[in-house]
Design a protein around this ligand. Sequence first.
Ligand code: PRP
Length: 212
Amino acid sequence: MLNIALPKGRLGDEVYALLAGIGYDCPEFLENSRKLILENKLNNIRYFLVKPSDVSIYVERGAADVGVVGKDTLIEFEPDVYELLDLQIGKCRIAVAGPETYEKSAEASLRIATKFPNIAKKYYASNHRNIEVIKLNGSIELAPLVGLSDLIVDIVETGGTLKENNLKVLSKIMDVSARLIANKSSYKFKGADIDLMTGKLRARLENNFFGG
Ligand code: PRP
């Protein structure tokens, strides 16, 4: 049995569609139930539905053999896992954003609200700028609107959240996308199953790329 940690929410729906496309479908997924473990006995797989930022924890600790996680999480937390494949979905960027009226300030230290303290610190260190990181867990865009921070470092996908809150991208830090990851010892013991799944996904992505 291969245990797969699937992110819940926006990315999860895209990942599920991709997995269903290679025959790893699980009709229960579409029922929007509150069940957290779903099985496809035919393919001998089991899905665990987890918060996107927790996927790498399940995989690193071996509770799940494989999982799908944003490259942003891999860069931020550096979990000890194998990164097997760029799934080319969940494409977005990590960017610095701030109020539309924001003008560069000469302040000695900028207050940055973010879910990604390490990425923010590295980015500003490379730009020789002092920052104070304010770690938040969500609704990051609210912080500069209410004076909690000067700017934010956050994921921008469609740009809709920024726009609706009168914020704009000030600089892009990096492009990110969803990655298939595997637990290192699972890869030793279930390597054949994991390679089979990875191969099917890779073929599917290449077919899509060539319009198949
Ligand atoms: C993410 C991110 C932004 C938003 C960007 O938040 O932190 O808030 O999506 O997407 P957009 O550019 O398409 O508007 P998420 O939806 O994960 O919710 P959160 O605020 O709980 O982190």
